[in-house]
Design a protein around this ligand. Structure first.
Ligand SMILES: [Zn+2]
Ligand SMILES: [Zn+2]
Length: 261
């Protein structure tokens, strides 16, 4: 059984499912994916994320993505209140993305700090998106994360040193379909070193479909392909990798309690 620890269910291409998101979730279940964390990117998108989390074993997060630049900013109070909903199990996604930051670095940093502080206050794990911003991400984490509730560096593509520094703060490392891409040798070396008990898997769908689905729209059922690839890379059985990453998911997002369906 797999868990897709990070996807955007409200953005899936539902054409193969006649527009029915429940059918996409059902297809994932049939592929052995029985838990899904649907990640919020801004407050306008939050109601639809919350609505989707009414499905069995689907959970929500609340937060504003670092690259959202036209949306309304959220206050810490507002985020904290929204995070009280029983299906909200994490704060995010938040973080720093300097690849596309332009002149928005300071704005990104202050939004990131707000999210880290709310996560600490709410005792919820934080989902961090980080790209080309290693030093600033780690420095702000060191100053603001609550190691007890911790969090995850999602869709990780950075260095081993960064992964190590985050794991030293009790964080998990989540790998997406990028690890299957032909040009991802450096990331594969990092993936080999991340201990199994710190590893999560995700699709980040509808983006980044793994091999052999490249070019298609991504969806939660393909997290099974990420798992198969990683199991081979790390020299363990798929069943073992599935079990460990699922256990890791429920240990980190510990207010998510799965029901048998
Ligand atoms: Zn992201
Ligand atoms: Zn995402």
């Amino acid at each position: 059984m797999f868990v897709d620890s990070h996807c955007h269910l409200d953005r899936l291409d539902l054409e193969p499912y006649g527009g029915d998101v429940k059918a996409a979730v059902q297809a994932a279940r049939q592929a052995g994916v029985d838990g899904i964390l649907c990640v919020c990117i801004d407050l306008e998108n939050f109601p639809s994320v919350l609505k989707l989390s009414e499905l069995d074993n689907v959970w929500a997060s609340v937060g504003i993505h670092p690259l959202e630049d036209k949306c309304r900013e959220a206050t810490a109070d507002e985020l904290f209140k929204l995070a009280q909903h029983e299906k909200v199990v994490a704060i995010g996604e938040t973080g720093l993305d300097y690849f596309y930051a332009g002149d928005r670095k300071e704005e990104m940093q202050s939004r990131f700090v707000t999210h880290l502080d709310v996560a600490a206050q709410a005792r919820l794990p934080v989902i961090i998106h980080t790209r080309d911003a290693r030093a600033d991400t780690l420095n702000l984490m060191k100053a603001h994360v609550c190691q007890e509730s911790a969090g995850v560096l999602h869709c990780f593509t950075e260095s081993w040193e960064m992964a190590k520094a985050a794991m030293d703060m009790n964080f998990y490392i989540s790998l997406s379909g990028i690890v299957t891409f032909r040009n991802a040798d450096a990331l594969r070396e990092v993936a080999k070193k991340v201990p199994l008990d710190r590893l999560l898997i995700e699709t980040d769908s509808p983006y980044l479909a793994p091999v052999p689905h490249r070019g298609k729209s991504n969806e939660p059922k393909y997290v099974a392909d990420v798992a198969r690839y990683l199991a081979e890379l790390k020299g363990v059985s798929v069943g073992e990798l599935a079990q460990i990453t699922t256990d890791n998911f429920y240990r980190l997002f510990n207010t998510a309690s799965p029901t048998v369906v």
